[in-house]
Ligand binder design. Structure first.
Ligand SMILES: *Cc1c(COP(=O)(O)O)cnc(C)c1O
Length: 413
């Protein structure tokens, strides 16, 4: 018998018995190990981490990261609220939104949170209102192609993120005109960057641009740290990257004349591998050549395979020693929601519990109620014990915020 999946010693099947399916489970020890691993790789540099909480925004996860000394990267005022509610100090939060109104920027500034400005109009608005009185960061679009595939590249010429480096003269002229206090520069070129050199391309742009901004306190190199989804997947070698950045950092610091902080904003790197998504097999259905295994979930709970062509390893926890067969693993949503095509998995039977690995990042946080299905529960494994950290939704949750009128009586009489 293959060893069953254990999460800090607790069999995953036991967790399923306790909480049911579909279920997201996170192993806190893996998040902590990833966090320490990152810091250790960069231990020679003045590094600060800002967890990109859109990856997994449960407040218990936020509180853990805060406890370990991590900051947080937010993309909406609602994420800012969640971070504050979880106990983060304003100064440990950065706000890196995209295409938002100046109104939202103002609301975030009022909470004393650093804003990363990523378009010229809002930079101008910011300068006009705050001049040198409120510090800010500027997000640059580096015009480089980095990151896994088209869906997750954010730094190329056609990308909507950041202010183009070709608009540098305009940026400088707005900054001068209003005496804007720019304390940080930022690039985030995409998710799943595979080589140190690709990463350094983005960094190099910051190192060069920084020389034109005399009052900087940090450079923010964003994220893009891939994790292995398949066994032989190549991932960025952190030690190698740290060494290369370190070499360049030395000469940069000399040129700049003062030592800055170096920020990163990993999301996936910290939480992806810690997450398991557990589902139950509803049906085994004859297909054209390959059978379908239909499970009690769909793209309403885990959209990455359909949205990004993402690969998630699938384990059959109920029959780990079964004969391997090819399946199309599909969801129960009335859409083509294929989790995996022609995947070899130990024989799947009705009722078997399947586990999607690497489901901690962009799993629950991208879930919806489509098809009027309920969102799964979330469980955290912390110091050898399991904790329910989000209730499974109930059907009444579908009514929340719906306003019920008696149309005949109220509207037409
Ligand atoms: C999403 C995002 C991240 C995190 O990306 P990962 O690939 O999950 O590490 C970091 N910074 C910004 C600005 C983001 O939008």
């Amino acid at each position: 018998m293959k060893s069953p999946l254990l999460l800090q010693g607790i069999p995953a099947l036991e967790i399923v018995e306790r909480y049911g399916t579909p279920l997201y489970v996170y192993d806190a020890s893996i998040i902590e190990a990833q966090y320490r691993k990152f810091l250790e790789a960069f231990s020679l540099l003045p590094v600060k981490l800002r967890y990109a909480c859109k990856a997994l925004s449960n407040v218990n996860i936020l509180q853990l990261l805060k406890k370990w000394g991590c900051g947080v990267d937010t993309v909406s005022i609602q994420e800012v609220e969640l971070a504050l509610w979880s106990g983060f100090r304003a100064k440990d939060i950065i706000f890196t939104p995209n295409c938002i109104s100046f109104d939202e920027i103002q609301q975030v500034v009022e909470k004393n949170i650093l804003v990363n400005i990523e378009d010229l109009q809002n930079l101008e608005n910011f300068g006009r209102l705050y001049s040198c009185h409120v510090p800010c960061c500027i997000r640059l679009k580096p015009h480089i192609l980095a990151g896994g595939n088209f869906h997750i590249q954010t730094g190329h010429a056609d990308s909507k993120f950041g202010i183009s480096i070709y608009d540098m003269e305009e940026i400088i002229s707005i900054v001068k005109k209003y005496q804007i206090h720019v304390i940080g520069l930022h690039v985030h070129s995409g998710s799943e960057i595979k080589t140190a050199d690709q990463f350094l391309q983005g960094a190099e742009i910051l190192f060069q641009t920084a020389l034109r901004f005399p009052s900087l306190e940090f450079l923010d190199l964003g994220s893009g740290f891939k994790v292995a989804y398949k066994k032989d997947d190549k991932v960025l070698n952190l030690a190698d990257l740290a060494q290369k950045i370190y070499a360049r950092w030395q000469s940069f610091s000399k040129d700049y004349g003062k030592s800055l902080e170096l920020w990163f904003e990993p999301g996936k790197f910290l939480v992806s591998q810690a997450g398991y998504f557990l589902v139950k097999t509803n049906v085994i259905k004859k297909g054209n050549q390959i059978p379908f295994a239909g499970v009690d979930s769909g793209f309403n709970h885990l959209v990455r395979p359909m949205l990004y062509d993402a690969y998630h390893e699938i384990l059959n926890l109920s029959n780990p020693d079964g004969q391997r067969k090819s399946y199309n693993v599909v969801g129960y949503i009335c859409e083509t929601d294929t989790f995996a095509k022609e995947r070899e998995i130990p024989e799947i039977r009705v009722g078997d519990i399947l586990c999607f690995c690497n489901a901690g990042a962009y799993g629950f946080s991208m879930s919806s109620q489509y098809n009027s299905r309920l969102r799964p529960a979330e469980v955290l494994i912390y110091q050898g014990k399991d904790y329910l950290i989000r209730h499974r939704e109930k059907w009444q949750d579908l009514l929340q915020n719906q306003v019920l009128w008696d149309l005949d009586k109220d509207l037409f009489s």
